[in-house]
Design a protein around this ligand. Structure first.
Ligand code: NCD
Length: 327
């Protein structure tokens, strides 16, 4: 297995071995084992959330605290980014101040691609536009396998992701991740929320009833209006009736299923209050597990011994003063 990546942009940055090791370490950390960190190292982790967040940011803050690190919350609005400084110079500044990892959230898909060749600092993607949200998918996988009694028990299970799949970075990470563990993923929602091309191991169902009938778990999404190009509010008039999950729906099929949600949930739209108040609502478990999964991710990245970060940054070859004297 290769070293843990220094840029975790998406699920595809991880090998199967990395993912399994993260799940094992999450179990260890959850059961109270101490974190494994390099000796005599002050761990400093920055969060730079250029887009709104409650769960992801605070869960990273808790994870940093529980792992024994220092947390710096970087506010883009009051930073030199507003004076025209580039994000890469900002990240290099953090790196040379001694920050080990920066967690970045942005509304721009693929913003982190530019750092792949010369990473200015170790980076974890906290969600980029509609592209990827790898730490959310990993904590969802952890919670799913925990619910079904271990990784081997989720093989062959079916989960339906319901709602605004096309604008959901969580969905894009989940469809990259879950099929690797033999989970069948069904996407379900109005046509304009379902991508035309499906990744391997992912299929479509056309109604919520079909999804309930075929699934072992349901994963609900919020209608992510802030990620839509143009207003589609006219098309959403009957959303709650058609796609909102209620106990009545389950009753029709004489079955209840665990209901996952990455949050924030719009109660009364994609899900009714009674489900949120019941024991089938898995979102609180997802939040609880998120801290330990993120501790495991930070631990793995901090231990990857990538000493070149920031230092090989677009170096001009040769002795620059020599070259200038000779021109
Ligand atoms: C998700 C996100 O930000 O992509 N939430 C989260 O990180 N817990 C989903 C959403 O915004 O609806």
């Amino acid at each position: 297995m290769s070293a843990f990546p220094s840029i975790l942009e998406g699920i595809k940055d991880l090998e199967l071995g990395h993912i399994k090791a993260l799940l094992r370490r999450t179990n260890d950390l959850k059961s109270g084992q101490p974190p494994r960190l390099p000796l005599q190292k002050t761990l400093a982790v920055a969060t730079s959330f250029l887009e709104n967040s409650t769960r992801t940011k605070l869960s990273f803050a808790m994870a940093i605290m529980r792992i024994g690190g220092y947390h710096i919350d970087f506010h883009a609005e009051s930073s030199s980014l507003k004076k025209g400084e580039s994000l890469e110079q900002t990240l290099l500044t953090l790196k040379y101040q001694g920050v080990d990892i920066c967690i970045i959230r942005t509304n721009e898909s693929h913003l982190l691609d530019q750092f792949r060749e010369y990473p200015p600092i170790k980076i974890i993607n906290g969600g980029d536009g509609i592209n990827q949200h790898p730490t959310q998918a990993l904590l969802d996988l952890y919670t799913l396998q925990d619910h079904f009694g271990g990784l081997k028990n989720i093989k062959g299970k079916t989960i339906s992701i319901v709602g605004d799949c096309i604008h959901s970075r969580v969905t894009h990470s989940l469809t990259d991740l879950l099929p690797q563990f033999g989970v069948n993923v069904l996407l379900c929602g109005p046509d304009f929320f379902i991508p035309e091309e499906m990744p391997a191991g992912v299929n479509r169902v056309t109604s919520l009833d079909e999804a309930i009938e075929q699934s072992d778990a349901i994963y609900l999404l919020r209608v992510q209006t802030e990620r839509h190009d143009k207003s589609i509010s006219d098309k959403l008039k009957n959303y709650q009736q058609e796609w909102g999950l209620t106990f009545d729906r389950f009753r029709k099929h004489s079955k209840v299923l665990p209901v996952f949600h990455p949050g924030p949930a719009n109660i009364g739209i994609e899900v009714e209050q009674d489900i949120v108040n019941s024991e089938i609502w898995m979102a609180h478990k997802q939040v609880q597990n998120s801290v330990f999964v993120r501790m495991a991710i930070i631990e793995a990245m901090i231990n990857n011994e990538d000493h070149h970060i920031g230092s090989q940054y677009k170096k001009i070859p040769g002795d620059i003063s020599e070259r200038i004297r000779n021109t």
